[in-house]
Design a protein around this ligand. Structure first.
Ligand code: HEM
Length: 280
């Protein structure tokens, strides 16, 4: 079974105050991109969004096309493509179609970055069916700092460390971290245009879901680019409420999170209510 299928709740919600952190763990790319136990359901949902909103899910610049070619070769090496995939014929498709091809076959969303002449990494392509409230097209060509601009305090505290980290990672290793969020909807696709229900002070425990974003950074050896993989899973908040250590950890994070971060994470009208529900 893929480790993604086994969530360690106390590691996601540790007993510590909320803070923005870099904490990466070393992993194997082939393991990160391996199909999960939910592969059939997740791939069917990706197909649905690609058929209905392909222009929101895929994007690639001219500079992104060679990065994608390298990604496909690595994916084949990791045995992370369906058996019988004919890479040579995929590479004859227009670049945007190539992105769509992979997006439909991978459970994981992917972003491709490349350093410019100034050394800063910019976003050059991606396949994103399950965004957590952000829009792929509006971030294309932007640096990581520009992309992170809406995240309160992130550039000020971690911006330089993030750029430094991206510049020094070497091929062959999957550098992994995670983000969590809370939502009033179990939908995997939380594109801003969908206007999904928001958390507020009337929400009930069974209406709240926590989202886990498992992320992986892998250096692309030939181009000097980076593959950023994001695998989203959604779980009932009740699971955390029933896990005493994780529940205390989440309460501590909620209690110590700066107000602007609470608002960014969509909990501006719900922080007190969620804490009460976790204590009941
Ligand atoms: C390398 C270290 C990185 C760290 C520590 C980091 C950290 C974060 C954090 C804390 C958030 C806020 C998430 C939340 O609480 O909901 C965020 C958002 C985001 N990050 Fe990163 N990130 C990193 C790299 C990247 C890279 C390489 C990309 C590639 C494009 C990226 C793209 C994004 C995007 C698109 C968002 C959402 C921004 C929005 O709301 O508009 N991050 N990141």
């Amino acid at each position: 079974m893929n480790p993604i299928d086994v969530v360690d709740l106390s590691a996601i919600f540790p007993a510590e105050d909320f803070r923005l952190k870099m904490r990466f763990e070393r992993g194997e790319p082939a393991q990160f991109y391996k199909p999960s136990a939910q592969a059939n359901r997740v791939l069917a949902e990706r197909k649905h969004w690609l058929e209905n909103t392909a222009e929101a899910c895929t994007a690639i610049t001219d500079e992104g096309a060679p990065l994608f070619e390298e990604l496909l070769e690595l994916a084949a090496k990791w045995k992370a493509l369906p058996s019988g995939s004919d890479i040579a014929s995929v590479l004859r498709l227009p670049p945007l179609e190539q992105c769509r091809w992979l997006c439909e076959r991978w459970e994981t969303d992917f972003l491709l970055l490349k350093p410019g002449a100034d050394g800063l990494f910019r976003l050059h392509g991606g396949g994103l069916c399950f965004p957590s409230h952000w829009d792929l097209r509006s971030k294309m060509g932007h640096t990581v700092a520009e992309i992170h601009e809406p995240v309160p305090g992130l550039n000020a505290t971690l911006g330089r460390s993030i750029d430094g980290f991206l510049a020094k990672i070497r091929p062959g290793i999957s550098w992994e971290r995670h983000n969590w969020g809370l939502s009033r909807s179990p939908e995997l696709n939380q594109h801003p245009s969908r206007k999904l229900p928001r958390l507020d002070d009337k929400v009930t425990l069974d209406e709240i879901w926590w989202r886990l974003e498992d992320q992986s950074l892998v250096a692309l050896p030939r181009s000097g680019g980076i593959l950023f993989g994001i695998r989203v899973t959604v779980h009932p908040l009740r699971e955390v409420r029933n896990h005493s250590t994780a529940c205390e950890g989440l309460l501590q994070a909620l209690g110590t999170m700066p107000e602007e971060m609470v608002i960014y994470k969509g909990m501006g009208r719900a922080r007190k209510r969620i804490s009460e529900l976790l204590r009941e």
